[in-house]
Design a protein around this ligand. Structure first.
Ligand code: ARG
Length: 522
């Protein structure tokens, strides 16, 4: 059909006078809609009345599992884990706000060959005092020592292998050591999660699935999905071109199970327990092949299961030299040190700008700004590209940063403080009158909030929300420079107070979805 004719027919049946100016046909058959200012104003009034901020809870809420963070026992959480934690937490928050039943699960690495070496080190030369002072540091030292030694000494490697076998067979001594290592690591993880404001519904580590691995391998073999290959067992994907040469190992030739085996058992458990319609895995890009294999193997195992499986992957964090982000002495940066430095630097900036605030106030502002800056820097870039870590950039008060957004919010709050001193407060029944171009632009942008949240949930990309909020803060700044608020005449003042109140609430809600706190005063 001729597109222009189609546009004309559609137009003839359209009744959008309530919201739109006259609809125009343009070009090859486009329809141009222009929302009327009164329609925008009445949407804002509805939001003032209901408190509902321009998004609708999903019409078809679904159970969604989000698997994120997932650090490894006896190792410090490094900046690589920060992206998974921050990104996963933000996605869980957005999905939850949209009405979905979100289940978060921290799939910690608490099983695997590293425990053989760790146990050898622990038995030979554990330094109890060091363990009490810095448990992760001491465990890391033991691991590194035995790992280096086994590179040149086959006897050590064999010893580690035997300790691992003993652990797997349920040897009491080794199990007790292993449990202690998990408990000590969990304390460190929890400290970091508390600082980041992240929580999990479940923390089911890899070891939780051990009792099911043999059964699953047997089932896959019996169904002809897995078969032997050079002494090991593997699932082959002859009919998937990208994976043709990439079978997934599910049992090694020495009888040990693989990462994929555990993940198959995990999938089965989650499906049986929580009945999700969607499972989201947040890890770095180097695990792409693993998840392609996992999903393909699962589809062979359960061909008709209606479940959406998504691997949400991300790139690396680079130093300002463009190489992987390291400390000055060339070691991987530990997450706890990174957060300390963020708060310390923010404290410097706050103290310089607000020397009159008490130390306790400046510390609290520095905490919110510092942690917020790190999170935002991580969420802002397209997650699949690498990004360069820069303290100066992320802590800047100007530019697309958390402090800039937090400052816009604090500024709105300060207008209300001044207003209430002067006896003008936002009234819940205020009628919205939009006339100045800057206020219309700000009001229209507010209406997009819900669309942006849906896009974030659909593509698993919180950066859409970052950019939306940055634009919102910019439009607010333009409005505030051009339109008097407290000095406007009463009806206009009430309308503008309501407009900036909504702006502040969307900013706060938006930042909260990114896991970022706001301050009443900065
Ligand atoms: N522990 C793994 C790592 O540090 C991440 C686990 C991700 N989740 C999963 N179900 N495989 O790389």
């Amino acid at each position: 059909m001729n597109p222009r004719q189609l546009a004309t027919d559609v137009l003839a049946k359209l009744d959008v006078n309530e919201w739109c100016e006259k609809v125009e046909i343009a070009g090859a058959g486009f329809l141009n809609f222009r929302v009327t200012t009164p329609a925008v104003a009445s949407e804002l009034e509805a939001a003032v009345r209901s408190g509902q901020l321009f998004f609708k809870p999903s019409a078809s809420p679904r159970p969604v599992v989000v698997d994120f963070s997932s650090p490894n026992v006896a190792k410090p959480m490094h900046v690589g884990h920060i992206r998974s934690t921050i990104l996963g937490d933000s996605l869980a928050r957005v999905l939850r706000l949209l009405g979905h039943r979100v289940i978060t699960d921290n799939h910690i690495g608490d099983w695997g060959t590293q425990f053989g070496k760790l146990i050898v080190g622990w038995k030979r030369e554990l330094d109890r005092a060091a363990l009490e002072k810095d448990p992760i540091g001491e465990m890391e030292r033991l691991y590194k020592k035995i790992n280096t030694e086994s590179e040149t000494n086959p006897a050590t490697l064999e010893e580690a292998r035997q300790e691992l076998v003993k652990l797997q067979r349920g040897d009491e001594t080794n199990l007790a050591i292993w449990r202690e290592m998990i408990a000590l690591s969990q304390v460190q993880f929890d400290t970091i999660y508390r600082r980041l404001g992240v929580r999990f519904d479940h923390t089911l580590g890899e070891s939780f699935y051990n009792p099911h691995l043999q059964r699953i391998v047997d089932e896959l073999c019996a169904k002809g999905i897995a078969r032997e290959s050079e002494g090991a067992l593997a699932v082959f994907f002859e009919d998937t071109p990208a994976l043709k040469e990439q079978p997934a190992l599910i049992r090694k030739s020495d009888g040990g199970f693989n990462y994929t085996t555990t993940d198959l058992a995990t999938l089965e458990y989650r499906l049986n327990t929580w009945k999700p319609e969607e499972i989201v895995y947040v890890t770095d890009g180097r695990q792409q092949l693993h998840f392609q294999q996992l999903f393909a193997a699962f589809r062979k195992w359960h061909p008709n299961m209606p479940i959406k499986l998504a691997h949400v992957w991300f790139g690396s964090i680079l130093g300002e030299d463009g190489k992987p982000f390291k400390t000055r002495s060339g070691e991987t940066v530990k997450l706890a040190d990174l957060l300390d430095e963020a708060e310390e630097r923010a404290f410097g900036v706050v103290s310089e700008k607000n020397p009159d605030l008490s130390e306790a106030q400046r510390r609290e502002i520095a905490r919110v700004v510092g942690i917020g800056a790190v999170k935002y820097a991580d969420l802002l870039p397209n997650r699949q590209s690498d990004y360069v870590f820069s303290w100066d950039k992320m802590l800047a008060l100007q530019g697309n940063t958390a402090p800039y957004l937090q400052y816009a919010y604090a500024r709105i709050r300060s207008i209300f403080r001044k207003g209430s001193e002067a006896g003008t407060e936002a009234k819940s029944g205020a009628s919205i009158r939009l006339a100045a171009p800057h206020e219309i632009a700000l009001a229209k942008h507010l209406l997009h909030f819900g669309l942006v949240l849906e896009a974030v949930a659909e593509d698993y990309r919180p950066n859409f929300l970052c950019n939306y909020l940055y634009e919102l803060a910019g439009l607010f700044a333009g409005f505030y420079e051009n339109c008097p608020v407290l000095k406007a005449e009463p009806a206009e003042r009430a309308s503008r107070l309501a407009l900036i109140d909504l702006t502040g609430r969307v900013l706060k809600q938006g930042l909260e979805l990114l896991g970022i706190e706001t301050l009443e005063q900065m």
